[in-house]
Design a protein around this ligand. Structure first.
Ligand code: HEM
Length: 519
């Protein structure tokens, strides 16, 4: 008779034998077996899950590239590459890749998540006019209204103590920038304002956004993707509440906007564009109600925390770099002669120091620092000279790309002048240097799936910072957001703005105080 011990041994063998075989396959015969990387990363995606969960993935990837070189096997079925050519080969136009299956967690029928290239082209055609130059001109007055409120609020002294020489109390800029950009999104996409700048009622949604991008970042590495809803509840209960919270919020936003549209048919906004779009072949609604809701949710998040983090980073670096601060201040204050002059156009484009400061902040603190995974089409593709077989994942971290020392000498130093033609050097050579450097600069990604709202976001960044510089002085009021000794690899540089690399990056701080200028 078979004893209990034998049954246990047989059961354990049944479980362990396939795992051992799978490990041997992954280490020897797998098409990615030849690429170097941490042994655990070759065997399981759980290592990547860990780094996505802690928000340290950008640092881990940076360390892996330093240790293993340009190509690193980062998950059993995924490699990352760090070179400008590799980046273009994956994300550039006409490449034989599509969004990875992990984008399913965004919903595969909304713009950011669509994998199928034909479906994507159809939806992009609907959305693109919402961020064209002429649409951006229509968005501008809404944007300026919110920036005015932002400036009023950040320069207030909210404490009961009497203000000292006109300075405001210190403001946590990640929070305030989130209030600004979320109010901007609500206006531009839905013609409403959630009033985060002026009321605390909706402040809770920023916590929902943070939790959902953390969850999405983890799920992009999740090995049991087909069961992600159930497995999230089981293994990540502290994050699992966020999708339903976002769903509830976006449902109410959509319902509210439909109501407004019924009362006032003249409303023009991005939501109107995609919710009323018709399929040219059938004349039916181009997007199903679920896709309208999912796209609404996507715009709410993609449009708010990204821009907020970028503005917060710009404040962090300018407040710590007095030379840059005074050059930008002098530039803005000499180009514009009244606050109402500050509009998108040639004068704003002349603010080269400001644009350089923004570029450098986007380089140091990119908002999409995790690899944006792509799946190679059947037939394979070439990435920086390597043949990659179809069906596998490839990606690159924008953070590592932005810290390539060949492109950016002294890469961890915030040096805005690297973006400016040095008048003491040969002009043509300088232009060539900047052009070459720009090949390793991709805060909005590149190619067909780059940020649809890139120009709008840049306008938001430029207008916000120019308006702040024109109307206010500001200075650092604390260490929040800085690196600190003893906090781990990559987190010790005091002069660097720290962030968590969830699907989009999450910052804390900086603390800044403001004073209204006599104009
Ligand atoms: C500084 C601000 C911003 C940065 C750095 C940024 C960056 C990016 C990046 C890197 C992607 C590619 C994502 C991927 O491949 O999965 C992306 C996509 C996208 N972004 Fe932005 N973004 C910003 C602001 C905005 C704003 C303001 C909006 C909308 C109001 C927006 C809407 C979107 C959408 C809808 C996509 C998906 C596009 C597609 O797949 O075709 N973003 N963004």
């Amino acid at each position: 008779m078979v004893g209990f011990q034998e049954i246990v041994v047989a059961a354990l063998s049944c479980i362990t034998a396939p795992i051992i075989l799978l490990c041997i396959y992954r280490l020897t015969l797998h098409p990615y077996a030849k690429y170097p990387g941490p042994i655990l990363a070759k065997l399981t995606s759980l290592r990547a899950v860990h780094y996505a969960h802690t928000g340290n993935m950008h640092l881990d990837i940076e360390r892996c590239h330093q240790k293993y070189g340009k190509f690193v096997r980062y998950r059993p079925n995924a490699i990352i590459v760090n070179s400008p050519d590799g980046y273009q080969d994956i994300y550039g136009n006409g490449k034989k890749v599509k969004k990875a299956r992990s984008y399913k967690v965004h919903g595969m029928t909304n713009l950011i998540g669509i994998q199928d290239k034909k479906e994507y082209t159809k939806q992009k055609k609907i959305m693109q006019p919402g961020f064209s130059d002429s649409a951006n001109r229509e968005h501008e007055p809404k944007l300026i209204r919110e920036i005015d409120t932002f400036i009023e609020k950040i320069s207030e002294n909210e404490t009961s103590e009497k203000a000292t020489d006109g300075w405001s109390n210190p403001k946590n800029m990640t929070l305030w920038c989130n209030y600004l950009t979320t109010d901007v999104v609500s206006n531009v996409i839905f013609t409403t304002s959630w009033d985060l700048l002026t009321s605390t009622t909706n402040h809770g949604i920023t916590e929902t956004f943070k939790t959902i991008v953390r969850l999405i970042g983890v799920l992009h590495q999740w090995p049991i993707l087909d069961y992600y809803e159930l497995s999230t509840i089981l293994f990540l209960p502290h994050l699992a509440w966020s999708p339903s919270s976002l769903r509830k919020f976006s449902l109410s936003v959509v319902a509210c906007r439909y109501d407004m549209g019924e009362k006032d048919t003249s409303i023009k906004d991005v939501f109107g564009l995609f919710s009323s779009a018709k399929d040219p072949d059938t004349g039916e609604s181009a997007l199903a109600p679920l896709d309208v809701r999912r796209n609404a949710a996507n715009f709410i998040i993609a449009g708010s925390d990204t821009t907020a983090s970028s503005i917060a980073a710009t404040f962090f670096y300018l407040a710590r770099n007095p030379t840059a601060y005074s050059k930008v201040a002098q530039e803005v204050r000499s180009i514009f002669h009244s606050a109402s002059d500050i509009r998108a156009g040639p004068a704003l484009n002349h603010c080269v120091y400001l644009r350089a400061a923004i570029n450098e902040s986007l380089r140091m603190a990119p908002v999409a620092a995790q690899p944006l995974w792509r799946e190679v089409d059947p037939g394979g593709c070439m990435v920086d000279g390597e043949t990659i077989p179809g069906g596998l994942n490839v990606g690159a971290s924008i953070f590592s790309l932005h810290h390539l020392s060949d492109a950016f000498p002294d890469p961890y130093k915030w040096d805005f002048e690297r973006w400016i033609v040095n008048p003491k050097k040969d002009e043509e050579a300088e232009k060539e240097r900047i052009k070459e450097m720009s090949r390793s600069f991709a805060p909005f990604s590149v190619g067909p799936r780059q940020c649809i709202a890139k120009n709008f976001a840049l306008m938001e960044l430029m207008l916000t910072m120019a308006s702040v510089f024109y109307r206010l002085d500001f200075e650092s009021a604390g260490k929040l957001g800085e690196g600190k000794k003893g906090t781990g690899w990559g987190r010790e540089r005091e002069e660097e703005f720290q962030f968590k690399s969830y699907f989009t990056s999450y910052m804390v701080g900086p603390m800044i105080r403001f004073r209204r200028r006599e104009i």
